[in-house]
Ligand binder design. Structure first.
Ligand SMILES: [Zn+2]
Length: 110
């Protein structure tokens, strides 16, 4: 489960950003093509925030739809996995959204 390492990093970055204050809420954007499972992150989050400035913080996860653009015809398509076939028959698809993992918002308590 690689989500544990990822979540640890997220918590460490948030703690650093909070600069000594307590964090009450974190909003994450997780792309559907990022191979990160939101439920696993939720589970790891509760474990990782113990004894950190994030203890007790609420985690919100926004899932970002996967999108790709065909290199041959420029058409954009929705993707459920990091590969696909365009309507023109091409499989040369560039991912343009859905691979991200962003810390979107951090709510701190002063
Ligand atoms: Zn195409």
């Amino acid at each position: 489960m690689h989500e544990l390492g990822i979540t640890r990093n997220v918590v460490a970055i948030c703690a650093e950003q909070a600069a000594g204050r307590c964090v009450s809420r974190v909003r994450l954007e997780i792309g559907k093509l990022s191979a990160v499972i939101p439920d696993a992150v939720r589970f790891c989050f509760d474990v990782c925030i113990e004894d950190t400035p994030l203890a007790g913080a609420r985690l919100e996860i926004v899932e970002i739809e996967g999108r790709g653009r065909c290199r041959d015809c420029g058409n954009e398509l929705v993707m459920d996995q990091p590969w696909g076939v365009c309507g023109c028959g091409s499989t040369a698809i560039d991912c343009i959204a859905g691979t991200e993992l962003n810390i979107k918002e951090l709510e701190v308590v002063n």
